[in-house]
Design a binder for this molecule. Structure first.
Ligand SMILES: Cc1cc2nc3c(=O)[nH]c(=O)nc-3n(C[C@H](O)[C@H](O)[C@H](O)COP(=O)(O)OP(=O)(O)OC[C@H]3O[C@@H](n4cnc5c(N)ncnc54)[C@H](O)[C@@H]3O)c2cc1C
Length: 433
């Protein structure tokens, strides 16, 4: 098994780093099980890393870090039951391409596709569209290596008492080595992007949410322009995405990087740069296979908080956010990303038992973010906001207990599966212990 020592691990956003004693790359489920048994014998703790795209210290460890990069790929297509089984380290783009070749797709995805499947479901990663739950709701069964080195199959039928706990578990219950997901027949979507005026947009918000399969929008600080993006099933022929990809790379990455650097050097320019970006939003309508449209490259580094609030608070929360940014003159030029997700019954899912609106706040790397995030977090807390587990937040264990009614049961299962705390690091102890 490949093992490396003395390497400093860093997450994508460079908000977290650590030098583990060793990084292990198992290439079989049996190797994962041996690692856990050995860690238990040597009284070592383990954290697992996917693609390192979480913003918090979930993965940080000075002891053993396990990566499933060598345990990836499709294991089985089950066309009869519309399911696919993948190994835990499989990246979402690998899965999308393989499914696409076979005429299938995942029903929903977030805005990037570089995460590992196990990492994505472990934090409740989501896309948008009120017909769809987060990515964990696509999971029908998973295989978990517990702190005893046991390999458990967990689903509604097998070990069902663990199922709803394991679907969003932050790597705190064990190592997810295999996931069986439902899949749908590949669809052609028409993607549309356009800008609308805020007051007109606000009146039509409920309609936009109900009338579109996938709908999201971006609020631009200090501007009355809102960018709306929709994706709906289309009978148009899929077209070449070369121009779309060029546009994404050039406008949303290279040009946005230059504008972001200007804001970092001259923070007072954030207001006019946000307005300029809003004005530059053009109208687009393209058709392509669904999995090719969900994700876009993200080359500009940022920090992020994202909260999930009950859908019925959406409009009031948006009004308050806009007012606060204006009143406090927060120096921010990144647009605020807003999405919707269907309620589910996964214990630690932010959308647990409520149709939800997700609101994400970004700040360019190197720019002060504390005051902006604190103000936005206070607004989100006022509206019963639950934090995205992979993004920055300042919630205490007491607050999390009041937000997640099933957290006590989750913690009981955690103690049962991992009594020695092999899968805990300091950050997770702060959240849960
Ligand atoms: C640019 C960018 C865009 C993003 N877009 C979205 C978005 O559209 N929607 C959204 O909801 N989120 C989004 N995120 C957040 C991201 O999807 C989550 O943080 C996700 O968990 C990252 O997956 P990963 O593979 O990088 O996992 P990591 O960040 O490496 O790990 C996340 C958690 O999963 C655990 N884990 C990883 N592998 C395993 C395993 N095999 N078994 C058990 N536990 C494991 C880790 O221990 C950790 O607790 C975005 C993040 C970035 C940086």
């Amino acid at each position: 098994m490949k093992t490396v020592k003395g390497i400093t691990w860093k997450n994508w956003a460079r908000t977290c780093e650590s030098t583990p004693e060793k990084i292990l790359y198992p290439s079989s489920i049996e190797e994962v099980s041996s690692i856990v048994k050995e860690a238990s014998k040597q009284k070592k703790t383990i954290r697992v890393v996917g693609a390192g795209h979480s913003f918090t210290s979930l993965v940080k460890t000075e002891e053993w870090l396990v990566s499933l990069d060598s345990l990836s790929g499709i294991e089985q297509f089950d066309e009869e039951n519309s399911m696919v089984t993948v190994l835990g380290g499989t990246r979402l783009f690998q899965l999308g391409e393989a499914l696409g070749r076979a005429g299938y797709a995942q029903e929903n995805l977030g805005d990037i596709n570089v995460q590992s499947i196990a990492g994505a479901i472990s934090t409740g990663t989501h896309g948008t569209g009120l017909e769809f739950g987060n990515l964990s709701t696509q999971v029908m069964e998973l295989s978990l290596v517990t702190a005893y080195g046991e390999i458990l199959t967990i689903s509604e039928k097998q070990n069902p008492h663990y199922f709803k706990a394991c679907l969003v578990s932050l790597g705190g219950l064990g190592i997810i080595v295999k996931v069986k997901l439902k899949m749908i027949k590949s669809l052609v979507y028409e993607y549309r992007s356009e800008k609308v005026n805020y007051s007109q947009f606000e009146q039509q918000l409920d309609h936009y949410i109900a009338a579109n399969r996938h709908f999201e929008f971006y609020l631009f600080p200090f501007s009355d322009i809102v960018q709306i993006k929709t994706m709906n099933i289309s009978d148009r022929k899929p077209q070449s995405l070369s121009f779309h990809h060029f546009n994404n790379l050039f406008l949303e990455n290279y040009l946005f990087f230059i504008l972001s650097e200007i804001c970092r050097l001259f923070p007072k320019s954030s207001r006019s740069i946000s307005r300029l970006s809003a004005k530059a939003v053009g109208s687009t309508a393209i058709a392509a296979n669904s999995y090719e449209l969900f994700a876009t490259p993200r080359l500009v580094k940022f920090r992020e908080i994202e909260y999930c609030i009950p859908l019925y608070h959406f409009k009031s929360a948006l009004q308050e956010i806009r007012k606060c940014i204006e009143a406090k003159q927060h120096q921010v030029h990144f647009p605020i990303e807003c999405r919707t997700v269907k309620a589910d019954d996964i214990w630690l899912s932010p959308s647990y038992q409520r149709d939800s609106a997700y609101i994400a706040f970004h700040m360019y790397k190197g720019m002060p973010y504390e005051e902006y995030f604190q103000d936005m977090e206070s607004i989100m807390k006022k509206y019963e906001g639950r934090p995205h587990w992979g993004k920055m937040h300042n919630q205490s264990k007491e607050e999390l207990l009041s937000l997640y009614p099933k957290l006590p049961e989750f913690l009981t299962i955690r103690n049962e599966l991992d009594p020695q705390g092999i899968f805990l690091n300091d950050y997770m102890k702060r959240l849960w212990i």
